[in-house]
Each structure stands twice: as C-alpha cells, then as structure tokens.
Design a protein around this ligand. Structure first.
Ligand code: NAD
Length: 499
C-alpha cells in the first residue's frame, strides 16, 4: 500500500476526512507489511471534538510486539552497513513527502487529537524539520583519529549505531514526537519499534507508510499500536537484542520504564513532564510578555510539556499584565479544530477535561480568583474555556503540578531572588520563559534557573536544530540539534600499534 494523492483541499471536509481515513493504515507494521493483530484484537480511536469513532486499529499482542522486535533485530546489521548518504537521502525524501502531504497530516492530527488545523500545520512544519535536520546530520557524524599522548598508539574513535530501539511517544504532538525520535535513529543506522500513544495512533501510522514510500527498507521501522502499552513494552524490553528505549510522556511512566531498563542495562532517553515558569520582570515589555504567555500557555490547548504552567509576574506590572492577557484569552474562539477561525480545540479525552476542572476547583477553594473562563463547555466533545486565575496561592495544585490544559495561574513576586526561588520550586526542569528588556538580567537568570530550556523574550523555542530536553525529573538526554543523533550512537575506540 502506498499513500499517493492527497485529498484536494477544495473537496467538502467530510469527503476529505473519509478519503483520508480510508488511506491511513490501521494495521501493525511489521517487517514492511501491514497486518492484523495475532489475536484479531482491535481498539477504537475517537475524535475528541465530537466523541465519534474515527477508526478501528489493530491492537498489538505480546506476540506481535515480539515479532516487531524480531524484525528490527534482523534488519539491524544490514541497516547499520547502509551508507550514511543513503540513509540521509531517505530522510530527505521523507521530508519532501511531509511537505507534499502536509494537509493530510495536519487534518489527521486535528481529528484524533483536537488541535486546530492551523496549529496542526505548525506541527507538520516543526515535525518535518527533524527529517531534514537529521538528513543533514547523518553524513557528518564524525569520529576522530589522534596519536596517544605517549606516542605509542594511534587512536581511532568511531561512532556506531547503538542498535535496535524501542520508541514510545505521547498523544499531544503525534507527528513531531515520532519524527524527533525516528529521524535521528534512521540517521544513526538504528532499527526501531515505534509504539504510538493509544489515543493518537493514526498520524504515526500515516507517517510510517510515508517513510516506506520514501524508501525505508522493511524492518527498519516497525509500528505496533496497542490498547495495552505494557503488552508491547514488556516483551521488547526483556529482549536482550534491544539496546535502547527512548520515551516521551509522563514522569511516572518514565520512572517505571527506567526501572525496567536496568535489567538489560539499556540506554535510555527520557523526555518527561514539566512545570514551566514564565517570569515577567518589572522591566519587561509587557505586550511582548503577553504575546509570549499566549503562545507558551495556549499552544496545543496547554497540552504541551513546554507549556508555561505558572505565570510569575512582578507585582509592579501584574495589573497591566493580567488585564492585557485577560482580554486576549477572552477573545479566543473555542471549537472543533476543523472549522475556520477556531483557535482552541477540545482536550484530548474526558479524563483530561475532568482533570483540568479539578485544578481550577482546587485553586478557587484555596482563594484564587477566576478572571476569565473557569468552566467546561457543555455539549459533545471535551472542551474547556481558556481560563485565567489570579491571586493563586503557592500550594495550589495548579502551581505545583503539570496542568496540561488551557489554565493560566498568575502568581506575583517582589524581586529577582524570589522569582528564581519560585521558578525552581518544582521537581521538574524542562522549559522556562523569562521576559525582561535587560539582557544581562536575562542571562543571569539563565545561570540561576534549573531548566534545560529557557526562552528569553519569546514564548516558543522548540527547533529541530536545538537540543531539547530537561533536567531534574523532566528527564535525561536531548532530542534535536547535534546532540539528538548522539543519543542513538555508541562510541568505539580502537587503539592501533604505532609502528
Ligand atoms: P503517558 O506517560 O501516559 O504516555 C506516553 C506513552 O507511554 C504512550 O504511548 C503510552 O501508551 C505509553 N505508556 C503508558 N504507560 C506505559 C507503560 N506502563 N509502559 C510502556 N508504555 C506506557 O503520557 P501522555 O499522557 O501520553 O503524555 C503527556 C505527558 O507527556 C505529559 O507529562 C507531558 O509533559 C509529557 N511530554 C513530554 C515531552 C518532552 O519532550 N519532555 C513532550 C511531550 C509530552
């Protein structure tokens, strides 16, 4: 099966959706073939904007997971020997196909995850860039050759593919989380088994077919969606041929996988949860800070690990900041992401909306005031109003935990020391944002803040060319940048007698 033509944009939306779903594979991809689950089992994918069933997917069993692992292990040696230029050109072809099929990919993400189509197009651009970036990195993954300090050895240091990998992705960025792992693994010469999130497998399935269409050999990328994550991860992680697990998702599941990884001493990359602060100093350009806060809070309905979870605002500019942000948040259009003009889609499932509602109730109970929103939207789908909270106490759950929804709690501070202390008062350390027109102060905060990423006067910093990742309980390793390919290689040193 090959995905050829993209449904014409001009066709009525229901026709486009039907054509797109009809050409998106629903089986398991094992050794280059799409097939049913070994026990015939399936699970359903729902549209969170309507509650309708979009597709019925094959649900991988433990035997299917084992078969996918076998395929990856069998393909490893020849894939590792494939010249880097060939791997690079497959990635570049995949990048071109992502551009050609951008509208299909964006619509699929809107359908299964909820984000508005315009935002989904932004993810296609971002996610596609990993294919281009790693096609360029693939041929420049240099080693070194030096004489030993004593002069008795010639030292050859080479980078080799780490070996078969298990890649586990979350539902919030269905394309980018897959390309951020698959592209460097392909570039490095690793084979892989990808397990997409149960809620959003369709984009990964479509992307996997696109990789085959770009020329990826059978067995290099295997995809096993499943209703039961453990049925896939357990047999694969117990297999001694697996060499690495790369996971993006919540911190509790990441910890579980790290424990499971000890038995076979697997390499691990962990992109986990966040509790990002966005700090607005008294010398900030407040309009810029409001624009940054809108992007960092509202992107993806707040369902981003990089979301500005807490807005920390200097008391001198708090009133102005809150008034301007309130105006912008109240003006947002909430609705089904396939409709024109919609800026905020539904949350991914009923449980997610209930969780966001509980965060708001808890904050209000502890004395916070609702400035904008605060309520679920009745009717089908899992919608929640964009919500701005002020006077939020430090012990509110919305300040201490990852909200993962369109809720912005504002906390005020008096000086730089207090801002840093509040920002760092979390077990997480992924993304942070700082707004100040004093660049020396901005860089000084960079020194003091315990986060892997910091945006200075900007609300979105993710980029395929930059190393993305956290410190503390936000994870281990980096994705993107030159660092991204290193996660999929191992270093070998050969000492040669110096004649
Ligand atoms: P999740 O941890 O529930 O699930 C992530 C993936 O792990 C899914 O594919 C899921 O099926 C799988 N999974 C769940 N339990 C498993 C188990 N026991 N064994 C093996 N696999 C298992 O997370 P989620 O709800 O899909 O995503 C939201 C979380 O992801 C948030 O905490 C968010 O911050 C985090 N996230 C982090 C990054 C990052 O780069 N740091 C990016 C996006 C999302």
């Amino acid at each position: 099966m090959s995905i050829t033509d993209q449904a014409a944009t001009a066709a009525p939306i229901q026709d486009r959706i039907a054509a797109l779903l009809a050409k998106t594979p629903t089986g398991l991809l094992i050794n280059g073939q799409w097939r049913a689950a070994s026990d015939g089992g399936t699970f359903e994918v729902e549209n969170p904007a309507t509650g309708e069933v979009l597709a019925t997917m094959a649900s991988a069993t433990r035997a299917d997971a084992q078969a996918a692992m076998d395929a990856a292990a069998n393909a490893q040696a020849s894939w590792a020997r494939t010249p880097a230029r060939v791997r690079a050109e497959i990635l570049r072809a995949a990048f071109d196909l992502v551009q050609a099929r951008a509208e299909d990919l964006a619509l699929l993400m809107t359908l299964e995850m909820g984000k508005p189509v315009a935002e989904a197009m932004g993810e296609v651009k971002y996610g596609g860039e990993f294919l281009r970036w790693f096609s360029e990195e693939a041929v420049r993954d240099y080693g070194r050759y030096v004489e030993s300090p004593e002069g008795n050895l010639r030292m050859l240091v080479t980078r080799k593919p780490v070996g078969p990998c298990l890649l586990i992705t979350p539902w919030n960025f269905p394309l980018a989380m897959a390309t951020r792992k698959v592209a460097p693994a392909v570039a490095a010469g690793c084979t892989m088994v990808l397990k997409p999130a149960r809620l959003t497998p369709l984009t990964s399935q479509y992307f996997a077919q696109l990789m085959l269409d770009a020329g990826l050999p059978a067995g290099v990328l295997n995809v096993v969606s499943s209703a039961s994550a453990g049925d896939v991860s357990e047999p694969i992680m117990a297999d001694p041929r697996l060499r690495k697990v790369s996971f993006t998702g919540s911190t509790p599941v990441g910890k579980q996988l790290m424990k499971a990884a000890t038995d076979n001493v697997l390499r691990t990359s962990m992109e986990l949860g966040g509790n990002g602060p966005l700090i607005v100093f008294e010398d900030a350009d407040v309009d810029k800070a409001v624009t940054g806060a809108m992007a960092a809070k509202m992107r993806n309905m707040g369902e981003a690990c990089t979301a500005a979870n807490r807005l920390l605002v200097h008391e001198d500019v708090a009133e102005e900041f809150i008034a301007k942000l309130a105006e912008k948040m109240a003006a947002l259009t909430v609705g089904n992401g396939v409709e024109d003009g919609v800026q905020v889609g539904p949350l991914v499932e009923a449980k997610a909306r209930d969780s966001v509602e509980a965060f708001v109730a808890d904050a209000v109970e502890r004395g916070a005031k609702v400035v904008v929103g605060g309520k679920r939207v009745d009717g089908p789908g899992y919608f929640f109003q964009p919500t701005l909270l002020r006077d939020v106490p430090q012990d509110a759950r919305a300040v201490c935990e990852e909200i993962f929804g369109p809720v912005a709690p504002v906390v005020t501070f008096k000086d730089e020391d207090e801002a840093v202390e509040l920002a760092n008062a979390t077990e997480y350390g992924l993304a942070s944002y700082v707004f100040t027109e004093n660049i020396s102060r901005g860089l000084r905060i960079g020194d003091r803040i315990e986060f892997g990423l910091m945006g200075l006067n900007v609300g979105v910093i993710s980029n395929a060319a930059a190393p993305f990742g956290g410190v503390k309980q936000s994870g281990l390793g980096r994705e993107g940048g030159a660092e991204g390919i290193a996660e999929y290689t191992t270093t070998q040193y050969i000492g040669v007698e110096n004649p």
